[in-house]
Ligand binder design. Structure first.
Ligand code: MN
Length: 227
């Protein structure tokens, strides 16, 4: 949501509805998928589904400007064909690359900085945007931050949660906003659950928010209930 309470986009989250176990949490199956390599077909399916959704949204003026963020795991990003695959999915779906945002984590970026910069630059040339997920929780390297073609920093929910009660978390959140602003990056806060948290972040200069205050994860049809 933007600071006026308008919906600007969504993040694609995957859930597994198992016939016997019921709803399996991503924390249970994503690490396993990464371990077994199944994250590659799973990631491809998520990307295809997200791009089809963007192509559908593009057909209606009310939804044409929405962005969709897709989380990318290290194993997917490191795959030699990652850039080609994203390009192929964009082409096949007809989605506007400028509406697609890939969320990368700090540890992923730093693993092989040369490869990271090459891949991000190639995707950026297609129009794809990048958000740095869980910012501040990993080994944030400020020198890499300026070398990477990022568009947005995402303030991790662990800082947002106690932003009103823990002065350290409040200072960290404010610092991330200031850092983003001075580097010319956008910033979004995740895990916003209360109006108080939203107001504090707004006062700190943050203009984009996501979290339970606006809506819970659910099927795409439910997106319209939050606004
Ligand atoms: Mn994310």
């Amino acid at each position: 949501m933007d600071s006026e309470g308008r919906l600007t986009g969504a993040e694609a989250l995957v859930r597994w509805l198992h016939p016997r176990r019921g709803l399996v949490a991503p924390a249970r199956f994503i690490p396993l998928a990464e371990e077994t390599g199944l994250i590659l077909p799973l990631g491809r399916w998520v990307l295809e589904t997200a791009c089809s959704q963007l192509a559908l949204w593009a057909q209606r003026p009310q939804t044409a400007r929405l962005t969709l963020a897709v989380n990318v795991s290290a194993r997917e990003f490191r795959h030699p064909r990652f850039v080609a695959e994203v390009g192929a999915v964009l082409e096949m779906s007809g989605a506007d690359p400028h509406r697609l945002k890939l969320e990368l984590t700090e540890s992923l970026l730093l693993e092989d900085i040369g490869d990271t910069i090459a891949k991000m630059t190639a995707l950026k040339a297609l129009g794809v945007g990048f958000s740095l997920d869980d910012f501040g929780t990993g080994y944030s390297s400020l020198s890499y931050l300026k070398r990477l073609p990022l568009d947005q920093l995402k303030i991790d929910q662990s800082f947002v949660r106690d932003v009103l009660t823990d002065p350290n978390d409040a200072a960290i959140a404010r610092t991330i906003v200031a850092l983003a602003q001075s580097l010319g990056l956008a910033v979004i806060a995740e895990g916003v659950e209360t109006e108080g948290q939203r107001a504090f972040l707004f006062e700190s200069g943050c203009r984009a928010f996501q979290g339970y205050l606006f809506g819970r994860p659910g099927p795409v049809e439910g997106l319209w209930q939050c606004c």
